[in-house]
Design a protein around this ligand. Sequence first.
Ligand SMILES: [Zn+2]
Length: 277
Amino acid sequence: MVKHQNLPILPHHQPRRYGSSDRCIYCGSLDGLTKEHIIPYALGGTWIFPKASCKTCAKITAAFEGQFCRTILGPLRMLYNMPTRRPKERPRHLALKVKYPSSNDWEIAYVDRDICPFLIGLPLYPLPSALTGKQTNEVSGSATREFWLRGGGFWQDRDSHLQWLCNILGAVQVMPMAEVQTDPFCLTLAKIAHAFTAAELGNGGFKPFLTEMVRHRDVSRCSELIGGGRGNEMPSEAVHEIKFDEEAASKGLIVVFVRLLAVLGAPTYSVVSGTTN
Ligand SMILES: [Zn+2]
């Protein structure tokens, strides 16, 4: 079997370095400032905002970004060998749903990560209500019933890989799994949009909406400020894409389009990061 025949090469993220911030962009502290990666280092992000986060806030953002990168994107990051500060903690095995001839129930098998296919699931939302003016109270916080799903880690075509796994596992059916956690995903989007806005416009250059969400890991305003990802979008040439929504600017709102893994065709999210002063 030929390994990972159609694995696209991930392009490098074009590096960018902003001028230093003079205070923590989340809490305003002047002490112990460290550089901020606008897009997480674990996703190959190379946009640096120097002296932009205090140690307390850096700890908070690193925790939810790490959770997002390890869970939803964990298998994908291993497949592409994306950066990690803890290579020894990478799991050797991934979970796979398996049905054996002896039972009708699905069971979980742990399969070597080099041969285990997986699913990536990113949540899909209506556009943020701050942008549309429409309240969406269907589900609260970061919860949703809809996901963008993509298979990954297939050695060649999906069916022959799954059949091959059935044979070696003695199973009648196998099914790749996705680990979906929406809170850390939305918090990561909020952090990226806020850091990008502060880097581009300066700390005093806008009235921020997202600092409380980030600092307190509070997702209660998610449907108001974060949404999108519904279009069926073509893969981009860039690995990640972050830019301002020029149309929203005419309404006095600052909205950031955040498209992580744009090169794989992942969805674009609209994140309302504040208003113009
Ligand atoms: Zn801080």
